[in-house]
Design a protein around this ligand. Sequence first.
Ligand SMILES: *[C@@H]1O[C@H](CO)[C@@H](O)[C@H](O)[C@H]1NC(C)=O
Length: 540
Amino acid sequence: MALSTSTLYQHLLLFLLIIVHQSPPCSAAGGGSWSLLVQNAGISAMHMQLLPNDHVVMFDRTDSGISNISLPKGKCLPDSNDCSAHSVEYDVATQMVRPLFVRTDTWCSSGSLTPDGNLVQTGGSGDGFKVVRVYKSCGTCDWRELPGGLAEGRWYATNHILPDRRQIVIGGRQMFNYEFFPKMSPTEKAYDMPFLAQTNDPNENNLYPFVFQYYDGNLFLFANNRAILFDYSKNKVVKTYPTMPGGHPRNYPSSGSAVLLPLRIKNGVVEAYDVLVCGGAEKVSFGNALNGKFDDALDTCGRIRVSDPNPQWVMETMPMGRVMGDMVLLGNGHVLIINGAAKGVAGWDLGRDPVLHPVIYRPNDKVGTQFEVQNPSMIPRMYHSTAVLLRDGHVLVAGSNPHQKYEFATPLYPTELRIESFSPDYLDRSASRLRPKITKANLVMRYGKPVDISFMITGPMDPKMVMVTMVAPPFNTHSFSMNQRLLVLDHREPVKGARKNRYTIGVTAPPSGNIAPAGYYMVFVVYKDIPSPGIWAKIE
Ligand SMILES: *[C@@H]1O[C@H](CO)[C@@H](O)[C@H](O)[C@H]1NC(C)=O
């Protein structure tokens, strides 16, 4: 195939950019590919949530000016000449966006999918500080807003869905407390959480705390540089973990990211519970960035086995430093580290040197061989960018607006309206003979009960190499994916079906809501690290 001069030039330019811009990746170069899905989504997706109908709700904030997509005729923000939308619904199948009408400010807010598959979003700024908003997708539906839905204003808080179907909303700027939604009674207030005050340094560095439901019902909470196990029902710290070696901050504005590594269930028990925290910035980096000095981001990750009697951080080094990255669990249990910058911190215009290469981390590989650098995007994804796994195995990447307003013409990291997808190499055509295909449309699971999943593989099949995973679709914003978890289900060896290339694998649903909070999950049959396209399952 002949390359045109302009394509050649682009390739050359990209090549030079990579050489000049990126320190050479020191581990094996991996694959993966990028495609541009939408040129103009209308808004910059600061927050994203995948819904169980394969639509993605995106929203930014209502006070950054006129976006690039109009509200339906006659609708405008209250007391404003802004008749543009600040939220859209993206349909994965058609790649169409539909404007949604959010009235109050959702800036730097948080949220969670409910067990019914609706999005509950909490807080924001200004008139949106105490608002709870519900989005139920139906084709023509729109946001419903509940003013005063929160007891306290929440800006930069973290939510998690609980086994009893409520969600907990933790922290926020100068909010050293937590509350629940919905409330047990109309007068229920917020509860103090001194840990948030203790980890709040002069640059904050503990916002959007990393929160994970632990399998004993408590919450694992990481803020700044350390972690606790927390019993929210008794408002009690159950355990304190060591400070991460180095003592560097990992939460906003020194935004690293964190993920609960895959939970493998055997005979109703989780084998190990590991949390991985990667990237961030040094304590001085925020102050330096304000003065125009952009320090290198942290290139370290800390991994802790929370389920050990005496847990310790094990430090690992990434192929490159990263701040404002996102960590996405893929269907095969690998972790994609994507988006962000090599220098500076989170905040308006405080990041430099976009990291265009994602990195894959394989949790079960030997230390030293776990990271693999992937092919780069061309689009910087700086502050306010997002990434979520789709059911088909692609990763949707959007957002990036490090500016106070929509700025489409500024030379440095203009407001980004483009939506891309990253395709890990398991989607390569060369993997098609190994790629399972589930032959059911969806599943219902009951805690601890067996369920059969039938699938096809066209190539020869080694039954020892099959596993089944389920992934909760998280709420992603500000480098953290709330509710993100992946379970590796206990299973029996797959058996051959009557028809060619057909198999059935018997799995056991997760034992409880502590391990898998009720609601929707994407289920994948994985063969030799290659996940099938997922199907939606509901567990209750
Ligand atoms: C904004 O929308 C207009 C009209 O659809 C389009 O021509 C323009 O390129 C968009 N701007 C950006 C930055 O995408």
